[in-house]
Design a protein around this ligand. Structure first.
Ligand code: AMP
Ligand code: GLY
Length: 422
């Protein structure tokens, strides 16, 4: 069977790297892909939101299954359009992708079904939002309702900062994504990510992970798409996983089915583990990036049948096996990220890094030009190590980082610190 993966990030490199091992695949395509994906898949110049072009390509290249990486095409209805064209794909339909596409939708679902999450209110104008803020405790969290490339969340430390944020968002800071906002209670605790596959009814827990959103060491500096991750996350004990499944994931899957919007695909719960237990911060309707890299590094066996069973509604009885080892990814980004950064700098040492046992370098914003691999984005590489413990995986990943020769790049030096400190 021919498979098409949609996307161009480290997440999609990890997916292609995993899928490549499947004996069920004839040709693996990726649109648009990147410099590293080109080594394992045939890259196709096509925008991830160009739904007509994707459908035309699938038909002309006999693609039997599409795996959608990023959220934007899911929220736009790519899976629905593919289904209408008779093409199977992995990912939720548009009505279920609203769990990520609209923060207000997700919060209202939690309220209706008693799913633990931060207290909140929705607003579509600045005056009402500002008068609500007067009665709230600080810090407080203000979120653009729609997709804002991971930047739509602001934690305001004071009332004046909160009021200014409300004005900025309604003033167009996030464009249309900020036409509505959610204002919510600030939760304290340790964050963790939990991933399950679901076909709308059955749930297959995958794994736990922890992301590092801040650009700088010690979780300082501006928020990014994610500067590193590890799996498993020690805070997600058996008991915490059971509670998350019982209190958050299962009620959500049932609720979506009740609403006539069954969720199929990977459900990524961003959690705050509070003193009262797990609370839902957000849902993503796709694999995390860089969390996907650590998941794929730990996965043993064929990912494709599980993704296809998810899409087909036959997930019941499907199992995935995981290596006992921990995995840790250090993201290398272009200097300046998440602000302005330079492109087209040459990255050296990739072969040396990849030769190290238990190290894989996933590409994100790279492109191949002649024999060179050039930086072509903010987050550029995900150096991934596997080890008996998070500490050993961390050592492996940083030995890979050391082998790279890319003076225009930077990374955090403390990915995994929480797990290592435990
Ligand atoms: P999100 O883009 O929804 O993942 O939010 C980005 C980050 O903001 C999260 O990873 C949390 O660190 C933080 N955050 C979001 N909502 C809350 C909340 N209610 N309380 C505390 N921190 C939050
Ligand atoms: N790393 C966070 C995300 O994928 O949303």
């Amino acid at each position: 069977m021919n498979i098409l993966v949609i996307g161009s990030g480290g997440r999609e490199h990890a997916l292609c790297w995993s899928l490549k091992k499947s004996p069920l695949i004839d040709t693996l395509y990726c649109a648009p892909g990147n410099g590293g994906i080109a080594e394992v898949a045939t890259c196709v110049e096509m925008g991830v939101e160009d739904i007509p072009a994707i459908i035309t390509f699938c038909k002309s290249h006999d693609v039997g299954f599409v795996v959608v990486g990023p959220e934007a095409p899911l929220v736009l209805g790519l899976v629905d359009a593919l289904a209408d064209a008779g093409i199977k794909s992995f990912g939720p339909r548009e009505n279920a992708a609203a769990l990520e596409g609209s923060k207000g939708y997700m919060k209202d679902l939690c309220r209706e079904y008693g799913i633990p999450t931060a207290e909140y209110q929705r607003f579509d104008n600045a005056d009402a939002a500002k008068s609500y803020l007067q009665s709230q405790k600080m810090p407080i969290v203000i979120k653009a309702d729609g997709l804002a490339a991971g930047k739509g969340v602001i934690i305001a430390m004071s009332l004046s900062e909160a009021v200014a944020t409300v004005d900025e968002i309604f003033g167009g800071m996030f464009g249309n994504a900020g036409a509505e906002i959610v204002i919510e209670e600030f939760l304290t605790g340790e964050e963790a990510s939990f991933f399950v596959l679901t076909d709308g009814t059955s749930i297959l827990p995958m794994a736990t992970a922890q992301d590092h959103k801040a650009a700088g060491d010690g979780d300082t500096g501006p928020n990014t798409g994610g500067m590193g991750a590890y799996s498993p996350a020690p805070i997600m004990t058996e008991d915490m996983i059971t509670r998350t499944l019982d209190e958050i994931i299962s009620p959500t899957v049932k609720a979506m089915k009740n609403r006539g919007a069954p969720f199929t695909g990977i459900l990524y719960a961003g959690l705050m583990i509070t003193e009262a237990g797990p609370k839902l911060i957000e849902y993503n309707v796709r694999f995390g990036d860089p969390e996907c890299q650590v998941l794929c590094a730990r996965l043993d066996g064929d990912l494709l049948p599980a993704l296809m069973a998810t899409a087909d509604g036959s997930l019941d009885g499907v199992n995935l096996t995981w290596k006992p080892e921990a995995a840790l990814t250090v993201v290398m980004a272009a200097a300046g990220y998440p602000g302005p950064y330079e492109k087209n700098t040459v990255i050296g040492g990739l072969e040396e890094a990849s030769k190290i046992e238990d190290v894989v370098v996933f590409h994100a914003g790279t492109k191949k030009e002649g024999e060179d691999i050039l930086a072509n984005g903010g987050r550029v590489l995900g150096v991934t190590g596997l080890g008996k413990s998070v500490k050993q995986a961390q050592e492996k990943a940083y030995s890979g980082v050391k082998a790279l020769k890319w003076p225009e790049g930077f990374c955090r030096s403390d990915i995994g610190w929480r797990a290592v400190e435990r």
